[in-house]
Every structure is written in structure tokens, then in C-alpha cells.
Design a protein around this ligand. Structure first.
Ligand code: AQP
Length: 333
């Protein structure tokens, strides 16, 4: 049987090199060819923190356009916007009745983002606590076998597994138990200015973040100014030299190389930065060119999203209906 794959990107900022190397590129190169794959702009997840509605709308269209520009082919896979398919939120409530308060409070992202909001004197939206359940619904609604994501999403996919197992035990077999898959290199691209933190698209300081639509000069500047370490030797050691290790991983991911082997070929940080910058510029060039063409034809992107939502709805509805029935809800008339 064909493997089912689901993954998504949330429109909380402009897409980054981390999104590309950690997720998008593999969706394009491998996943859409080997499986029955769905890729979504998971816009509801962008509402868990303070947001500007117009910006979310613009970023959602931009994310969808970039997914197509990167090479997702709507003839091979299903590309859609999460909020266009009501099955996600329908299922989410049932899974909230399956999850516990304690397991959601243990989520690292909730703890970190919640603490940040409280420190800034802001209130914490309830959805920041519950959105991993919505993410489980995103995944489980489609009978997903694999979820190709960066390493930062491991804990959320674990929750989806736990909820699937618990639901199946209580109410009868309804959901496939999914597993996360990660790229072999650059599964966690770090911020160039703070190599102990993930390169995240919603982070406030942008100097260490390479965006997919940054122009060539900007990409070069950000990489040439990357924080390295006080030593001189180019070695691949994430603990001792996180900045250098990050550059080596980015370079390796760009040229399908191995970071450890690449390290041996450099005697200075400057040369490593120059090569990494050029590799990233070349990696992004075709994506940016295709993005420019697609962005000029909004009707095409909207058409892809409309057909994608119709397909996704048809795939999700029978399983979500089955979950409603399994939990004891009367079928609708
Ligand atoms: N730095 C990264 N390295 C490797 N993979 C990454 N991903 C994200 N950042 C990196 C992967 O990209 C997919 C989509 O990510 P997302 O939209 O869920 O999260 P984000 O880009 O990290 O956006 P935010 O808003 O800045 O998120 P938070 O606040 O959670 O840090 C996922 O597969 C992700 O693993």
C-alpha cells in the first residue's frame, strides 16, 4: 500500500533556510514521489500568538507560493490551506477529549513561548496550550504514516502517536500511528547569530536568519557575519563549536556532502563562510526565480489551493466521521 505523508508550514513569518533544509526540500525531492503526500499551510497554528490578520493572509499565500516554487507538484501531491478543510478542527475537539492537561503542559514550545509572553506581561492564549492537539488532528485525519519534519517537531509528533494509540485502545482501531522522519543533515539549522537557538521564522532578531526570499547580497552578508567561535580550527563539533558546525551542516546540506568530511578541507572560517554563502545563493536562486513567476499569477496558486482543499477534504472526512461514531456521537441526518 502507498505510504501516506502529511506535513505543514505555519505562516508566522517569511520562510527560512531552516524550513527549506529541514522540511521543504525533502518533500520536493523525495516525499512527493514516493508516497501519497499532503502538504499544508497550517494557518490556524499562526493564531496562537499575537498576530496581524492581514499579515497572516499575506504570509499564507506567500508560503503556498514558495512551496510550489520549491518544486511541489500539484499533480503529484496535495497542497492546501489547513483552515479550508474543516475536518482538522472537527477532529481536534475529539482529540482534546483524548489528551490530558498534564501532557500538554509538558510541551516545550508551550513552556518556552508561554514563559516569554508572561515575562513581557502579555496573556497566553489557550490555543498555545492546545495547538499540539490540532497538530495531531492535522496528522491523524489523513491516516498518516510518516511526518517529515525538522527535529524541533519531534515532541509534537510523539503526542500524535500517543493520542492515536490511546484513541484506538479506547474506541477501536481508527487511526494509523504516525512516525516523524528527519533529514540526515541539517535537521536543525541554527540561528547564524545565536547558534544555540533554532533558526525560527518568527524570531524577533533577523540578522541570523536567512529567508528564502532574501536577495543575494543579504544572504552573503548574513552568512559572512555568522558568529563562529574563538578557536581557529575548522572542526565539526556541535558542542564545542556550534557556529562552525552549523555552517558545515548548511554547506553539507547544500552540496549533499558530509559535514565532518567537509571540515577537513578548510583552514579558515573565512573560506568556509564564503563557500557556504555561495552554496546557499545557488540553492535559493531557482526557487526565487520560480517564486517571482508564480507570485505574478495569483489565480494559478488559488486554483491549486482550491483543488487541494477539495482533495484533502475527501480524504479526511471518512476517518473523522468514523472517529465521531467510535466516540459515541450519533451520525448526522
Ligand atoms: N531551523 C530549522 N531547522 C530545521 N528544520 C526546521 N523547521 C523549522 N525551522 C527549522 C521545519 O520546518 C517545518 C515548518 O516549520 P514551522 O512553520 O512549524 O516552524 P518555524 O519555521 O520554526 O516557525 P516559528 O513560528 O518560528 O516556530 P517556532 O515559534 O515554533 O520556533 C517543520 O517541519 C520544522 O521542523
Amino acid at each position: 500500500m502507498t505510504k501516506r505523508i502529511f506535513s505543514g508550514i505555519k505562516p508566522t513569518g517569511h520562510l527560512t533556510l531552516g524550513n527549506y533544509l529541514g522540511a521543504l526540500r525533502r518533500w520536493v525531492d523525495v516525499d512527493q514521489h514516493q508516497s501519497d503526500a499532503l502538504f499544508s499551510v497550517v494557518d490556524l497554528h499562526a493564531l496562537t500568538v499575537d498576530h496581524d490578520p492581514g499579515r497572516v493572509r499575506r504570509l499564507s499565500r506567500q508560503a503556498a507560493t514558495l512551496m510550489l516554487a520549491a518544486g511541489l507538484d500539484p499533480e503529484l501531491c496535495t497542497v492546501f490551506v489547513q483552515s479550508h478543510v474543516a475536518e482538522h478542527t472537527r477532529l481536534s475537539y475529539l482529540l482534546e477529549c483524548t489528551a490530558t492537561d498534564g501532557e500538554l503542559r509538558r510541551m516545550i514550545q508551550y513552556k518556552e513561548k508561554g514563559a516569554r509572553a508572561r515575562a513581557a506581561g502579555e496573556s497566553v492564549r489557550l490555543s498555545l496550550l492546545t495547538y499540539p492537539v490540532l497538530m495531531a488532528a492535522d496528522i491523524l485525519a489523513y491516516g498518516t504514516d510518516e511526518v517529515p519534519v525538522g527535529e524541533d517537531q519531534t515532541q509534537h509528533v510523539e503526542l500524535s502517536r500517543d493520542l492515536a494509540v490511546r484513541f484506538n485502545q479506547r474506541y477501536g482501531h481508527t487511526f494509523t500511528v504516525p512516525k516523524a522522519t528527519h533529514p540526515s543533515v541539517a535537521a536543525r539549522v541554527m540561528d547564524l547569530q545565536d547558534p544555540l537557538s533554532k533558526m525560527g521564522k518568527s524570531h524577533a532578531s533577523t540578522a541570523g536568519i536567512v529567508y528564502l526570499l532574501d536577495d543575494t547580497d543579504m544572504v552573503r552578508k548574513k552568512i559572512m557575519r555568522a558568529v563562529t567561535d574563538s578557536g581557529r580550527e575548522v572542526e565539526y563539533d556541535r558542542e564545542r563549536s556550534p557556529g562552525v558546525a552549523n555552517l558545515l551542516e548548511i554547506l553539507a546540506a547544500c552540496c549533499q556532502g558530509n559535514p565532518e568530511a567537509l571540515a577537513g578541507g578548510y583552514e579558515s572560517y573565512g573560506a568556509l563562510k564564503r563557500d557556504t554563502a555561495e552554496a546557499v545563493v545557488e540553492l535559493l536562486r531557482p526557487v526565487q526565480e520560480r517564486h517571482a513567476g508564480l507570485a505574478a499569477d495569483g489565480g494559478y496558486v488559488d486554483g491549486v489551493l482550491k483543488r487541494g482543499a477539495e482533495r484533502a477534504r475527501a480524504m479526511a472526512r471518512p476517518r473523522v466521521d468514523a472517529a465521531y461514531a467510535a466516540m459515541g456521537l450519533l451520525p448526522g441526518v
